[in-house]
Design a protein around this ligand. Structure first.
Ligand code: C5P
Length: 214
């Protein structure tokens, strides 16, 4: 199988030295890529800036911004069988990148932000033969929001996690998730390491492939 995984945060530049980003460590996506490669699949990992070692046996592509990630995803997705979008893509970016380093003044500074493209949403609108898996990091109404996302982005699976609980999810070693499928199947995986979750998430997605899901 050809598996495409995105991981980590994007960085949206304010000026030459500053950016907007988030606390995603990339660990969940790297764990997914590592498990898939260990099973012998052909894995491409498109990664934002993280402090993790490259995953052996995968094709690593490093990006900085949401726009760069979109370009790489569109290039890699055509022959994929399974696409897992685990990256914490920035929803907004500064409208302009200041040249050089922005000088401080005593006045208030207002940054104008614009939306980045929703990469996952765009793939969901494509005619496709691959199975499409998204993540939903939520702090409230986790399952309802995840179900709404599954539908609006036209996914096969959504992996919902509550990032409002300390020690779980963003920037931590462990997580607990609920997976929901297009057909309404639900699987709950309790607090465990991200590599152990990666095995369960991918096993569930691959089992669905045999179901005539996609
Ligand atoms: O809408 P929300 O950002 O919560 O959706 C999360 C899912 O969408 C994740 O799978 C994430 O990788 C993906 N996403 C994306 N491009 C964006 C924002 C989110 O691919 N600009």
């Amino acid at each position: 199988m050809r598996v495409l995984v995105t991981a980590g945060p994007t960085r949206e530049r304010i000026d030459t030295v500053r950016y907007i980003s988030n606390r995603s460590s990339g660990r969940m996506g790297y764990a997914l890529a590592s498990v898939a490669a260990g099973w012998g699949h052909d894995v491409t990992l498109i990664s934002g800036s993280v402090s993790l070692e490259a995953v052996p046996g995968t094709r690593m592509i490093y990006v900085e911004t949401a726009a760069e990630m979109l370009g790489e995803v569109l290039g890699a997705v055509t022959d994929a069988d399974v696409v897992v979008m685990c990256a914490a893509v920035s929803d907004y970016r500064p409208v302009t990148e200041f040249p050089g380093k922005l000088k401080k003044t005593d006045r208030r500074l207002i940054l104008e932000l614009e939306r980045t493209e929703d990469i996952l949403g765009r793939l969901g609108r494509h005619e496709r033969r691959y199975s499409l898996v998204g993540f939903a990091a939520e702090t409230e109404n986790v399952l309802d929001n995840a179900r709404a996302k599954l539908k609006s982005k036209n996914l096969d699976w959504i992996v919902a996690n509550n990032v409002g609980i300390p020690g779980r999810g963003f920037d931590s070693e462990e997580n607990a998730v609920t997976m929901i499928s297009r057909k309404g199947e639900m699987h709950e995986f309790g607090l465990q390491s991200k590599s152990s979750l990666a095995v369960k998430i991918l096993s569930t997605v691959f089992a669905g492939l045999g179901d005539g899901d996609r």
